[in-house]
Write a protein that binds this ligand. Sequence first.
Ligand code: CP
Ligand code: NVA
Length: 308
Amino acid sequence: MRHFLDIHKTDADDLRRMIDRAHAMKVARADRPRGAADDDQPLKGHMVALIFEKPSTRTRVSFDVGVRQMGGQTMVLSGKEMQLGHGETIADTARVLSRYVDLIMIRTFEEATLLEMAEHATVPVINGLTNRTHPCQIMADVMTYEEHRGPIAGRSVVWCGDGNNVFASFAHAAGQFGFDLTFTGPETLDPEPACLDFAHGQGRPIRILRDPDSAVAGADLVVTDTWVSMHDPESAKERRHNQLRAYQVNEALMARAKSDALFMHCLPAHRNDEATSAVMDGPHSVIFDEAENRLHAQKAIMRWCLGV
Ligand code: CP
Ligand code: NVA
């Protein structure tokens, strides 16, 4: 059984095949109405549970649509309305759901919840974001980079801002896809050391620079994310904004990257905080392709999990 829990826990050749398949599936349905089913119906007869303990627009809609395009059915469940972790153990919920559904996608807070679900489920489990990582997002980001600029291997990717869950999955991807990753942000919001170790072990040590101008110089891809994540307390907002203001991605910063550099943001964004609207809507930005590619990348991930 194949869980998709994290990029560094998944075989690099399998990751590559998923990206290539996602691209092929996207091409195969180009020019079709968005609601149309795929020619292939590999999920026919499959039921997928989508569990959300945090809000979501992209993950929720792209998984739901992706399953339906492939002929399967979904049920979207809110963690609050389930017994998950309060009425019963995560392990018991995992065992019960496994009797009803063929695949579970979960967005949750603690990584331990995801891991307990995966340990006790007898169907594949997909990580739809935890406080620590967001692997589905970075699969879409790698796909998006490559569709615009070719192989990401050897390219220079610069992350500006908070060393958060989305950064951690970028760090894992640097090791698996072989690109150079630089983190630029305040020391107080450095990434967890554990997420840097994997890339280091793969011969892709991650640079940490405090000066955003030098960090972005010559970059092929500049990435940022919200300054306050869903798991961060609202009380930390002002402090985080003060610490991160110097790392805003604006036109002056983008001008230091390569002239054909891309700009990415997983969304949702706070316009004119972490990135200006001029950058988000400007010539380097591929943010809406990234959002679309969640759909295609996750379809390939689900097929890999189910072996169909
Ligand atoms: N990027 C992303 O995961 O968006 P949602 O929170 O809307 O799912
Ligand atoms: N870092 C953000 C990503 C949202 C998709 C969060 O966890 O809220």
